[in-house]
Ligand binder design. Structure first.
Ligand code: DX5
Ligand code: ZN
Length: 218
């Protein structure tokens, strides 16, 4: 089953509550929260206060930490109610330890890789995560164009997981839109993050239904 994570980076921050409600009614499964530190990525977004505010809506949170030293903040985001906490492979010194810590806190453990990072880098961690987040753009900004080679890595990772008999979810983040999502789904992703395309869609509910219906064509 395809699940949709609405990326609040694309929301109207002056009307965040209304936008979250719009996403809930449209059928989003998660709110995707992009936490950026201006160090791991060249942009700063938001942190704990916004995550706390959207947690109060009761929507499941998918927290994407695009930060250096993510270990410093994992406990706090777990306490705020994150369902999924994702760290970047490139920013995490002891990935196995960090992922197990996220699980111990009662959250689903996610690991993300940037477009230039090979999926094989996760080869010795296959049992350690619940979600693998493949970035289909370079992290840091919404509204970018897809990196086509990153989409190919989805199938590589799916094969690695299948061979190992591991049932982790593949999530894709960056320029997921009506014209890009089918290939992403065909390659094996089942959790789709969408920001600009979803929030700008004239009918967010129809947009989400179309994306969810793409599994049939996979
Ligand atoms: C990019 C973020 C994404 C972003 C996606 O660094 O991780 O979650 O919000 O936005 P769109 O869908 O606009 O590419
Ligand atoms: Zn993200």
């Amino acid at each position: 089953m395809i699940k949709i994570a609405a990326s609040i980076l694309a929301a109207d921050f002056l009307n965040l509550g209304a936008d979250v409600e719009r996403m809930r009614q449209a059928g989003a499964d998660y709110l995707h929260c992009d936490v950026m530190d201006g160090r791991f990525v060249p942009n700063i977004s938001f942190g704990q206060p916004i995550v706390k505010a959207v947690a109060a809506t009761g929507m499941p949170l998918d927290v994407h930490l695009m930060i250096e030293d993510p270990d410093k903040y994992i406990d706090e985001f777990a306490r705020l109610g994150a369902r999924i906490i994702t760290v970047h492979q490139e920013a995490t010194k002891h990935l196995n330890r960090t992922l197990h810590h996220i699980r111990e806190l009662g959250c689903l453990a996610g690991v993300s890789i940037c477009p230039a990072t090979p999926p094989e880098t996760l080869g010795w961690s296959l049992g350690d995560f619940d979600v693998a987040l493949i970035m289909s753009v370079n992290p840091g900004f919404g509204g970018q164009k897809i990196v086509p080679s990153a989409v190919k890595k989805i199938a590589v990772l799916r094969d690695m997981l299948e061979k190992a008999g591991v049932a982790a979810e593949i999530e894709v983040d960056g320029n997921v839109a009506l014209d890009t999502a089918q290939e992403i789904v065909n390659n094996g992703a089942r959790l789709l993050v969408t920001g600009s395309a979803l929030f700008k869609a004239p009918d967010a509910g129809a947009f989400i239904r179309t994306l969810k219906g793409m599994e049939a064509g996979a």
